[in-house]
Design a protein around this ligand. Structure first.
Ligand code: SF4
Ligand code: SF4
Length: 123
């Protein structure tokens, strides 16, 4: 799943510099995540770093955009190249939330992104 930011966002800006993919930007009423750039931090961290630093825990899995490790890893590879991330077979609890047994980002079926990301990116 791509991660999304809900309307609970207080616009603190803490998440934006932490994203390894520059997938987060300030929006109109809340920060927004581009799902075409979000890898749920696969390749870099064992949990979604935006959610890790968010003071109000509003960076949640988007249930309408479910994606597995294969797809997210392929995206990370495309964005960064093979020299920048571990080989997929070497991913572990620190570089893939799918391998992190302590991963516990809340899943809320009714949650929605606060804003449509597409206004803020061309890609
Ligand atoms: Fe960026 Fe990771 Fe958050 Fe996705 S989950 S927006 S890749 S920090
Ligand atoms: Fe919004 Fe959380 Fe990002 Fe702060 S860290 S801008 S509250 S999503």
């Amino acid at each position: 799943m791509a991660t999304m930011i809900t309307s609970d966002c207080i616009n603190c800006g803490a998440c934006e510099p932490e994203c390894p993919n520059q997938a987060i930007r300030e929006g109109d009423s809340a920060y927004v995540i581009n799902p075409n750039l979000c890898t749920e931090c696969v390749g870099f961290y064992g949990a979604e770093m935006c959610q890790e630093v968010c003071p109000v825990a509003c960076c949640l899995p988007n249930q309408k955009m479910r994606e597995g490790e294969d797809i997210l890893y392929a995206r990370a590879l495309k964005l960064h190249g093979a020299d920048e991330i571990p080989k997929q077979q070497d991913l572990d609890e620190k570089t893939s939330r799918f391998r992190n047994k302590d991963w516990d980002n809340e899943v809320d079926d009714d949650a929605e992104p606060a804003e449509d990301y597409s206004e803020y990116w061309d890609e």
